[in-house]
Structures are given as C-alpha cells and as structure tokens.
Write a protein that binds this ligand. Structure first.
Ligand SMILES: [Fe+2]
Ligand SMILES: [Fe+2]
Length: 196
C-alpha cells in the first residue's frame, strides 16, 4: 500500500519514532486498531477505503505531544488534565494535514472520539461511515487491551459493549462490522497479532 510509505515522511518519522521509544503500549494500540479496521474491510465484502487502515495507524499520534504522566496516570484525571487529553485528535489531525498526501485522513483522525449522540470530544454529528468504523475499532482495541481504569476484556465481552452502545456511543452499522471482527478474534486469537 503506497500510503504506508508516508509513515517515513519527515513530519511523521520523528513523532512515530518517539511513540516506539516512549510509549510502546501506544504503538501496540495503533496496530491493533489498524488490524480491526482492516478486518472490517475484509468482513464488509464491498470494500472500504484502505487509507482508513493508515488513519488507524496514526489516529493517536497527537498523544506524543502530551505529558506522559497525564497519559499514564492510573487514577482519575483532573479537569485540566482531561482538557489536555481531549486535544490529541486536534493535534494529530493538524500534524497529518501538513502532509499533503495524507490530508483526507486528517478529518478521520480529528473525529475519532466523536459519538453518534453528539457526546464526543468535539460534539460533532453527521459524520461519515469511515469515522464511525475508526471510532468503534479504536474503542474495541482499548477494551481488548484494558486501561488503568478497566481490565482487558475478552472479544465477546467487547462485542457485548459495542452492542450495548450501538445507536448512542457507536454508529450501529460500524458497531456490527467491528462485532464481526471481534467474533473472528474470539475464534482465532492469533489474528490479533498477525501482520497487516
Ligand atoms: Fe484517541
Ligand atoms: Fe486510540
């Protein structure tokens, strides 16, 4: 895929290298999100924009510019810390926008914490299908990995959460696609770490 070569673009090389060095867990998260997005394209049958896989690989790149002590804080965040974390889609989108060939991806990255009920980071509504797939895949990856505030879930448990949130937290068709991928992961756990 030609666009993957853009990961070595001068503007992205340094942030991506610092993810590898400072936050390997974030790199694992980016790759798992990308694998789930790729899985969505495979189970979809009609195909989706393959640039979405690249957007998944980059979606949290804005976190590189946030303090590690905030990102890794085990307890609840203060209001100020939370406001800081909420900036990462904007920072990431701005960075990606600077790379002309990646501009179409910037919008997907900007919107990856939006929700169909408008209760996302920016409160945006009426977003395109690709955004919802990235958003649901990101949430599923986070559930499988676990976070300081919640232990890792099995694929079936993550699928149940997506089903519960369909229509409010998740766009129903995107949730259904990601649920199909989670079922595949339940049957074949090795797919979780297979190459893209
Ligand atoms: Fe994010
Ligand atoms: Fe994420």
């Amino acid at each position: 895929m030609r666009e993957f070569g853009l990961l070595s673009h001068p503007l992205l090389r340094s942030p991506y290298a610092s993810i590898k060095e400072r936050d390997p867990a974030l790199l694992v998260h980016l790759k798992l999100t990308a694998r789930i997005v790729k899985g969505c394209m495979l189970v979809n049958g009609i195909g989706l924009d393959r640039r979405l896989v690249l957007a998944a690989l980059l979606h949290d790149i804005g976190k590189v510019f946030l303090p590690q002590q905030v990102l890794k804080k085990p307890g609840p965040l203060t209001r100020e810390e939370w406001e800081l974390v909420k900036l990462h889609p904007i920072i990431g989108a701005k960075l990606i926008w600077e790379v002309e060939a990646l501009r179409p991806l910037a919008y997907w990255v900007l919107c990856h914490h939006e929700r169909p009920d408008g209760r996302g980071y920016l409160g945006m509504k009426g977003l395109e299908k690709e955004v919802w797939i990235l958003q649901a895949a990101d949430a599923a990856a986070a559930m499988l990995e676990g976070r300081p505030y919640s232990p890792p879930k099995q694929p079936a448990e993550a699928a149940a959460e997506l089903l519960k949130g369909a229509g409010s937290q998740f766009e129903p068709e995107a949730a259904a696609l990601v649920i199909k991928v989670l079922k595949l992961l339940e049957e074949k756990p090795c797919l979780r770490s297979s190459d893209l």
